[in-house]
Design a protein around this ligand. Structure first.
Ligand code: ADP
Ligand code: ZN
Ligand code: ZN
Length: 660
């Protein structure tokens, strides 16, 4: 069969046929070198056919079928094809984004052998709690497809459940895929996995690996030599011939959503993959996504709960709300929180002040003329960074030095307004002169090495007061940390983004969970002007189910996901009018009228209406039925492709969008 159907990394919604006299179906899944336009490309053979719809004269000859790797397995090709169809992505892009860079190069660099990890003695496991035993028993690696949602409060020992299940799968000779939100922030998890399975090859897969290492790890997954693949969202595509179990840790985490190129949800694709493979999947979280929680409620997912902390001495922290309408604040901090910090200092314990805003102040302004430091390229303010005296846009990266005077009126008395972590750090250091204050955010900690050094300092008791963003909220165990103070949480309560409360609750539960992990009892103080808000009531009661029930009721009434299914069409252009006109035209295309059950809204500017000098608009489409939406989208997309748009306009579709 001489016709090769090839996926190529080009932004076109089609595959390409080539001629190769000697080809046969064993070549499906092999890489192939083909002529393309005036150059050459490496593609992947997805089918071998007896004939093409194109006449033979129009088919170019393939140059070389590459035999350096075994063919990519059918389930890998199926997953990529599913992703392309579901997310409306060009099939070649979907497939080739899943391969390491070296395998797509015409002249790949020489491969270096990897270092073999030294085999250490495996660390023992603790005796499990009853809840852990039940959770481990509920998942059967090798027992066929089933989704289990593991809802476990912080410190309940979810990781131990993962480790036990991994052991079960390995004992059956199967591979395990363990997906985590951000590998650099969780060196402890990686250490625990490597420590427990010292005799097993564990490979990491994430975007910060150098190309060579990523390819080496990918090959170890593909060859089956790696027993455990620990990775971020892109690892969901790793080919695993002996896959027996998938685990998604912190399954609610927004970083499982890819935000450019093919905008996929790795959590959702992991479930699809488990189904295609007929293996079980475990989704773990202290605050599951409402989508997963609703699925558990409908019985589509099995629910396993770890309601208690694994270490009986470590009880959940007490959460208190400080009503800041009735309290004097200094630099945003109440006297009550200050004295709580002072107590910790006297007892030699640690405190953490959580403020999810980095920089010194969110804006610099002139009280005389009203000038504010705005980004020229975005609908956003420039954030003042006093540490290096720069104004910085957190959206596009634009920056320049702090002006000595107001650029419009020359007034030298310009002020920072509001506060970020740098300002809080400086003020706390001034207020507690004997204390060692450590700021932890993306400005102070840029690399994994720095992050590990910071963790070491915290563990070694070399810091008394931590000031940090959500970076500090992820699953770390700080045994001496007994106080968490939360500042600036209110802004998310009334945000236009209806997912904001879900995100805030998850963040607060996570950061609160840092307190009192060991024998020392923990306390959490949340400063708010809205102490009666149901979100805070649920937080005080450690009541995720109550919070989730309330949110799901609101979503059902409003017809939001998971009670509807959405996609957005976005357009960006130098002029908003062009973006909106394009979206308007798209909203009137023929498929829209043919699908009365798919609701197409009016185009609107995005919340960040301008980013990096481009104006951005969007059009929401929604249906009560996922199959209907899925039937509509390809037809609509094909019609949109035929639309005439100004040369500088770019558009894309996002299915199951997260940010608006
Ligand atoms: P989670 O991931 O749910 O936040 P971890 O798995 O990190 O919780 O466990 C929290 C702490 O409890 C860790 O220090 C862990 O070593 C300990 N732990 C876990 N399971 C047990 C157990 N069965 N007995 C005693 N300690 C445990
Ligand atoms: Zn001025
Ligand atoms: Zn900007």
């Amino acid at each position: 069969m001489p016709v090769l159907r090839v996926a190529l990394d080009v932004p076109l919604y089609r595959l390409f046929d080539y001629w190769s006299e000697s080809a046969s179906t064993v070549d499906i899944g092999r890489r192939v070198r083909v002529p393309f336009i005036r150059g050459e490309k490496i593609g992947v053979i997805v089918a071998v056919l007896a004939e093409s719809e194109w006449p033979r004269e129009q088919l170019k000859d393939a140059l070389e079928i590459l035999g350096d790797l075994p063919p990519l397995p059918p389930d890998f090709l199926d997953l990529c094809a599913f992703a392309a169809t579901y997310y409306q992505a060009p099939p070649g892009e979907a497939l080739l984004q899943a391969l390491p860079a070296g395998l797509k190069k015409l002249n790949p660099p020489k491969r270096q052998a990897g270092r073999k990890a030294k085999a250490a003695k495996p660390l023992p496991s603790p005796p499990l709690t009853d809840e852990q035993i039940a959770a481990v028993a509920a998942v059967e690696p090798g027992g066929g497809f089933a989704v289990t949602l593991l809802h476990g409060v912080t410190g309940s020992g979810k990781t131990e459940v993962y480790l036990q299940l991994i052991a079960k799968a390995l004992a059956q000779g199967r591979q395990v895929l363990l997906l985590v939100p951000e590998i650099n922030l969780t060196p402890q998890l990686e250490e625990r996995v490597r420590g427990r399975f010292a005799e097993v090859e564990v490979v990491a897969l994430h975007s910060e690996l150098a190309d060579a290492a990523r390819e080496r790890h990918w090959r170890a997954a593909f060859s089956g030599s790696a027993g455990i693949v620990l990775g971020t969202r892109l690892a969901v595509f790793a080919p695993l011939p002996r896959l027996g179990l998938i685990i998604v840790d912190e399954e609610h985490d927004p970083s499982f959503k890819q935000q450019d190129g093919m905008r996929y949800s790795a959590r959702d694709l992991a479930v699809v993959r488990a189904r295609q493979h007929d293996v079980p999947i475990l989704l773990g979280s202290a605050t599951p996504s409402l989508e997963s929680w609703a699925n558990a409620g409908h019985g589509r997912y099995r629910l396993q709960t770890l309601a208690k902390r694994a270490n009986p001495a470590a009880v959940l922290p007490q959460v208190r709300l400080y009503d800041t309408r009735r309290m004097p604040l200094r630099e945003g901090v109440s006297d009550g929180l200050l004295s709580a910090i002072r107590e910790r200092l006297e007892r030699g314990e640690q405190s953490l002040v959580f403020l999810n805003r980095r920089g010194y102040a969110p804006v610099l302004a002139c009280p005389a003329c009203g000038w504010v430091s705005r980004c020229k390229r975005c609908a956003a303010n420039l954030v003042l960074h006093l540490a290096d005296r720069r104004l910085r846009c957190h959206h596009c990266g634009f920056e320049h030095r702090v002006p000595p005077a107001c650029p419009t009126c020359g007034n030298q008395d310009i002020h920072p307004y509001g506060r970020g972590t740098q300002r809080l750090e400086a003020w706390l250091a001034e207020t507690f002169p004997g204390a060692r204050v450590l700021r932890v955010d993306r400005d102070s900690v840029k690399s994994r090495k720095q992050w590990e050094a910071v963790l070491e300092r915290i563990h070694g008791g070399e810091a008394d007061i931590l000031v940090g963003t959500q970076m500090l909220a992820k699953g770390h165990d700080f045994p001496k940390l007994t106080l968490v103070g939360v500042l600036g949480a209110d802004s998310a309560l009334f945000a236009a983004d209806w997912r904001a409360p879900e995100r805030l609750f998850a963040q607060l539960m996570q950061v609160a969970g840092r307190a009192g992990r060991a024998e020392l009892k923990g306390e959490v103080i949340v400063q708010t002007q809205y102490p009666d808000h149901p979100l805070f009531a649920a937080l005080v009661a450690h009541d995720y189910p109550g919070f989730a029930a309330g949110q799901l009721r609101e979503r059902e009434q409003a017809g939001f996901p998971p009670y509807s299914f959405q996609a957005v069409l976005r357009a960006e252009a130098p002029e908003m009018a062009d973006a909106i006109a394009f979206l308007k035209a798209a909203s009137g295309l023929p498929p829209v009228a043919e699908f009365p059950d798919v609701l197409v809204y009016d185009p609107v500017p995005m919340r960040m209406a301008r980013l990096a000098s481009l104006e951005r608009g969007q059009l929401l489409v929604e249906s009560h039925s996922r199959p209907l939406l899925q039937a509509f989208l390809p037809r609509w997309r094909e019609a949109i492709e035929q639309l005439r748009a100004p040369g500088k306009l770019r558009w894309h579709l996002e299915v199951d969008p997260f940010d608006f």
